[in-house]
Design a protein around this ligand. Structure first.
Ligand SMILES: C[S@@+](CC[C@H](N)C(=O)[O-])C[C@H]1O[C@@H](n2cnc3c(N)ncnc32)[C@H](O)[C@@H]1O
Length: 170
């Protein structure tokens, strides 16, 4: 590979494409394996693309989405009572114990310092939101004694997007 080809393969556009592909592939895989009851939690609604994907894959399932402000496409705005605005570290803490079947956290920024600050509270929050046996899909690696790392689909580059399952006991 020439230097230029290598640079292009590592461009932010390529990285973005890998992130979206990883999100789709992991979410598609996990949607068939989550516990049959319990809501879905979307941390970081953003434009609403992954929210819309989850809604299409899991029709009729409650999805509660969180973000600082509403910036989603109008076709992808959660229903009444299922959108929570504010700082996730504070707002989602009120939902600990809800027994979620799946938590998807897409709140990485690509800035090491900001992501390190998020990782001070995110793993504990995610573990607290999940039902035993529930799954977490995250753009940031989650280190928590109750979150067991699972292998993502083969299409996902190691370290690109992460999959965990909350241990059944405890
Ligand atoms: C990358 S975007 C999510 C994109 C979304 N998955 C989609 O498919 O459209 C991340 C979102 O998380 C939100 N976010 C990040 N950290 C947050 C925090 N601590 N509290 C509230 N919202 C946060 C940002 O405002 C942003 O809208």
């Amino acid at each position: 590979m020439t230097d230029r080809t290598l640079q292009a393969a590592n461009s932010r556009l390529e990285s973005f494409i890998r992130r979206l592909t990883a999100q789709r592939d992991i979410l598609d895989t996990v949607c068939g394996a989550i516990p049959p009851s319990g809501p879905i939690i979307e941390l970081g609604l953003g434009n609403g693309r992954t929210f819309d994907h989850l809604r299409a894959r899991l029709p009729g399932r409650r999805i509660i989405a969180f973000d600082r402000t509403l910036a989603a496409h109008r076709s992808s705005v959660p229903g009444e009572g299922d959108l929570v605005l504010g700082e996730i570290g504070k707002t989602a803490a009120g939902f600990v114990g809800i027994g979620a079947a799946l938590v998807h956290a897409d709140i990485g920024t690509g800035y090491e310092d900001k992501d390190a600050a998020t990782l001070q509270w995110l793993p504990e929050l995610v573990a607290g939101l999940l039902a035993p046996g529930g799954f977490a899909v995250s753009g940031l690696p989650l280190e928590h004694p109750r979150l067991v790392a699972m292998p993502p689909p083969a299409s996902v580059r190691p370290g690109r997007y992460f999959l965990y399952r909350l241990e059944a006991g405890g």
